[in-house]
Design a protein around this ligand. Structure first.
Ligand SMILES: C[S@@+](CC[C@H](N)C(=O)[O-])C[C@H]1O[C@@H](n2cnc3c(N)ncnc32)[C@H](O)[C@@H]1O
Length: 724
């Protein structure tokens, strides 16, 4: 078992570590099994689908049982060795340091030590907790962090057994300050700075958290899907749903609320039992505790290795094991009878979610099975099941099904509510992965995928919002993208990705019509037509149908060189070496000339416009900005936010340009600036209902100008931006 400890040290990502570990373990186990069992195990895990058979085999084999137990104990001992415990003495030590910092006006340091102290405090000492929360609130007040301060005061009032008129007054004062402060922000930045003000929709009786404009329907091709039952204007919220299960990556335990996944900034509320996880307030702590954390709390050190296994365990705990067994037995037969008449937000619904139907590759399926056995062991420890129970292996099997459902229906929870590229309406060549957790939504699991979707996802903590990105007509299907978009992957790559990851052959409109992304293609050496590149290195020209006419590796090499040049030029730009930066950009531009409209070309033109602007060469800056518009129209559409942003940039450049002229030219440029501005505002207005106007990263430099324009000319709602 020593080698396993080494692996523990090697990996920072628990799940990767676990996969690596189980891959190694399978060899270890095979070597110990009888020849007959070796053959059986190989067959079970190398060829057939994961299910009851594998679970039963693993449960009935004494050697495997021993290995499971041995690993389980290692995890338990490791987590015991590393986990800090509540310690009143240490807590007081921290609180004393905090007080000293407070007296010396080192307010941020004081908060750090209050946090450390509160984490170690026994929450049963309610009066003490209330007193310390009040002290922390006072510091937060001095830091003008009124929202955070108010949460502490409310918790202080909640935990205090006595009535404190002082606390009530404190709450009143801070509430007033907060209103005043928000009004000030509103004056400076417009309404609702950085905030997406969306309440869960409750109008739809069939689908909780969906708008009444949609309903569920069924087709033999796709199963259940969501359909518009009235015309839906662009920018309408069709789903706003809280996650049924939300799982935070262990590496994020200290950074986000373990229950609602809100970012922890200055302060947090601790778990009543452990020092592993943090909450944004006592209400979240209470809810998590009541729903699942009371059971799993002491075993987080073990569970954190199992990722999907942990999420499945949380599903079981939230739903209640007996309930799950009962309902799973009933619904198993019902799955073929879609659509359901009723759609209740209970475990019944979760059980009826579609499951991943493909084959998990070996030894990944062994990893999953092993995780399930470990969770079963944990459930025993929690006194929720016994090994003697006839349902023991059934729960194992249910867990496998749960994992398959999670695999197919899960959404990533992203670090920032606006960071997701889709929210920027940008389809990027390179995909980013800044997931901090995983969530399951019951209603929002139903929309189908399309490579040309009509809705986009926006995350706000663990809340998922789907909004329409164009007008959706009555009867049309509501679609989102499961990742591939016809603007960033070839038809072949899209089909491959969806089959590999979700086990279905995509039948969306874009795929049925074999749409290729011309905007991302390369130039065919024969006819200069759009040449489509697939990730398996094949390529073909849409215009002359020539196949495999270029070397994939050569193109990628050139592309990487252009990327390097852009990187270097950005560095030079940051050092204020504008001429040198421009030179590299022009070189990169030359390389990318043999490609069609890439995002990278847009980035280059943006930077060139910026260089020219700093050189006060507004005419050339305007030329590059106009080139950006053309490419953006090509990629994102004429009325996209990207185009609107660049139109505003053009208007800014015209304004500056005009100052270098006199008389008639000045008037002409003023007129031009106005035209650009009006076009931009018209686009922004279309997005105003969705309350989302995002300024993309490339554009952040012009943010003050955007704010200025929107405040001066936009409607009341057209300013809700986010720096990214
Ligand atoms: C997350 S579920 C969507 C809800 C599912 N249709 C149901 O009945 O529960 C994903 C499954 O829907 C079907 N599906 C979704 N988008 C599809 C598409 N573009 N083409 C074909 N099938 C699709 C596939 O069976 C896929 O495995």
């Amino acid at each position: 078992m020593n080698e396993f400890n080494e692996i523990n040290e090697l990996f920072t990502n628990e799940w990767l570590q676990f996969i690596e570990f189980t891959s190694m373990l399978i060899q270890h186990i095979l070597a110990k099994l009888s020849e007959e069992d070796q053959v059986k195990m190989r067959q079970l895990f190398e060829s057939s689908k994961l299910g009851k058979e594998q679970i039963d085999f693993m449960l009935s084999n004494a050697i495997i049982d021993e290995e499971v137990q041995a690993y389980f104990e290692i995890c338990m001992n490791t987590s015991k060795a590393h986990g800090a415990k509540k310690d009143l003495k240490q807590a007081f030590k921290q609180l004393t340091i905090a007080k000293e910092h407070d007296l010396n006006l080192n307010l941020n340091e004081a908060i750090v030590h209050y946090n450390k102290g509160i984490l170690l405090l026994d929450l049963n000492s309610k009066e003490l907790l209330s007193k310390i929360l009040t002290e922390r609130a006072k510091i937060l007040e001095q830091l003008r962090e009124y929202e955070e301060c108010l949460i502490d005061i409310e918790d202080a009032i909640k935990f205090s057994c006595k009535t404190y008129p002082d606390l009530d007054q404190f709450k009143k004062d801070i509430t007033e300050k907060l209103i005043g402060y928000n009004l000030k922000l509103r004056e400076e930045f417009g309404p609702q700075r950085n905030r997406l003000n969306i309440c869960a929709l409750t109008e739809n009786k069939q689908l909780p958290s969906a708008s009444s404009l949609v309903k569920m329907n069924y087709s033999p091709d796709k199963g259940r899907f969501i359909q518009a039952q009235a015309d839906i204007p662009k920018g309408t919220i069709v789903f706003a749903e809280e996650a049924y299960v939300k799982w935070l990556k262990p590496s994020q335990y200290e950074k986000f609320c373990y229950f609602c996944i809100k970012k922890i900034t200055l302060r947090f509320f601790p778990c009543r039992n452990c020092t592993n996880v943090r909450f944004c307030c006592s209400n979240c702590e209470e809810e998590a505790w009541n729903k699942y954390h009371s059971n799993e709390c002491n075993y987080l050190g073990v569970l954190k290795y199992f990722s999907y296994g942990h999420i499945a365990a949380q599903c079981l705990l939230i739903a209640g094991i007996e309930n799950v067994i009962e309902i799973e037995k009933q619904t198993h037969a019902e799955l073929s009878k879609w659509p359901k008449k009723e759609f209740k937000q209970d475990y019944h619904t979760f059980a009826s979610l579609c499951a991943f139907d493909g084959d998990w590759p070996y030894p990944y399926n062994f990893t999953m099975c092993f995780a399930v056995l470990l969770v079963l062991r944990l459930l025993e420890k929690m006194n929720l099941i016994t090994k003697q129970s006839e349902d023991y292996s059934t729960i194992g099997y249910i867990m496998i099904k749960l994992i398959s459902k999670i695999n197919l229906n899960c959404y990533s929870i992203l670090n920032s509510k606006f960071r997701h590229l889709e929210a920027l309406n940008v389809v990027s060549h390179k995909e980013t992965n800044d997931g901090i957790g995983t969530a399951i939504y019951l209603s929002a699991s139903l929309p189908s995928h399309s490579c040309d979707p009509n809705c986009m996802k926006i995350r706000n903590g663990s809340m998922l919002i789907l909004t329409s990105t164009r007008k959706v007509k009555t009867g049309e299907e509501i679609t989102i993208t499961y990742r591939p978009h016809f603007k960033n992957r070839s038809f072949k790559d899209r089909q491959h990705y969806l089959y590999e990851n979700y086990s279905f052959k995509c039948k969306c409109n874009a795929c049925e019509n074999v749409w290729e992304n011309i905007g991302y293609s390369f130039k065919c050496p024969n006819c200069e037509g759009p040449l489509i590149l697939n990730s398996d290195k094949t390529n073909y020209c849409v215009e002359c149908s020539a196949a495999n006419v270029i070397s994939y590796d050569d193109v990628i090499k050139q592309y990487e060189e252009s990327e390097r040049l852009i990187r270097e030029s950005k560095k030079l730009f940051a050092q204020n070496k504008i001429d040198e930066s421009k030179e590299l950009l022009l070189k990169a531009n030359q390389i990318l000339c043999s490609f069609y409209s890439h995002n990278d070309q847009i980035a280059i033109d943006y930077l060139l416009a910026r260089c020219c602007e700093l050189q006060k060469n507004y005419r050339e800056a305007l030329k590059y900005a106009k080139q950006v518009i053309k490419k953006q129209e090509n990629i994102f559409g004429k009325s996209s936010l990207e185009v609107a942003n660049t139109l505003l940039l053009c208007s800014l450049l015209c304004d500056r340009y005009k100052k270098t002229f006199g008389g008639i030219f000045q008037r002409q440029k003023r007129q031009e600036a106005k035209l650009f501005r009006e076009k931009a505002l018209n686009i922004f207005k279309c997005f105003s209902k969705s309350e989302i106007r995002v300024v993309s990263a490339d554009f952040s430099h012009y943010l003050p100008y955007v704010i200025h324009i929107l405040r001066k000319y936009g409607d009341e709602y057209s300013l809700n931006y986010c720096k990214v």
